[in-house]
Design a protein around this ligand. Sequence first.
Ligand code: AP5
Length: 220
Amino acid sequence: MRLILMGPPGSGKGTQAKLLAGREHLTHLSTGDMLREAIRSGSELGLKARDAVEGGKLVSDDLLYDIIEARLRELGSDKCFILDGFPRNLRQAEFLESTLPRMGIGIDAAILLDVPRGSLLKRLSGRRVCSHCGKEYHLEFSPPKVDGICDVCGNKLYQREDDRPEKIEERLKTYDEATLPMVEFYRNRGLLVEIEADGGIEDVLQRILDSLDKVKQGRV
Ligand code: AP5
């Protein structure tokens, strides 16, 4: 399947995309991860994207089009993928809609993770990330065994710059203004799959898998 995963910051896109990629043999393409990696490596893209990413705003569309198109071309027309964090506004959705047919592929479903604001704030403010291997923890829901230290590689955990309270507010505002209008775009194309995503991680995954089964049945 070829999927888009949408939802506000903290709705579990990254968490669910990784699980779905494993279960459904999909390549996970996360623009947030690509941008954070570019910032870490100090590349030209990273330098251009840094202020927007750390400030909770969207980076300019043009910075992402080339990377996304290159990554999709690398995969080729027989590989399946899950896009996490792209598209993120109507222009990006239109870009994808015009680019994919040229590669001979289409989207099967655009999954929207729906989570109440209170839970989003709790999830984001409690997130910690390993500075070395990138494994994610949550102070309350999935804490490390030793405070502040990664269970896997023993390196220090840090808080993402954009997970600070004032940045979280900015990201939610950006989501409402830029990303929410995209939901109608996919609803109008009959691709929208809405998931109530305020439960445990495995429960949410099961709801997504059940919905995808229906999508697959509709396709046969
Ligand atoms: P990105 O990395 O995509 O950030 P985001 O959309 O703000 O999403 P998050 O990674 O914060 O949350 P998530 O929904 O993935 O949830 P997660 O699974 O991590 O983008 C970062 C920035 O890059 C953007 O702000 C922008 O600047 C830029 N950018 C990226 N794409 C762009 C684009 N297309 N155009 C322009 N700019 C772009 O979970 C969050 C926490 O909750 C974790 O601690 C997790 O363990 C926990 N959790 C998850 N699920 C559950 C659950 N069911 N119950 C309890 N806890 C849970």
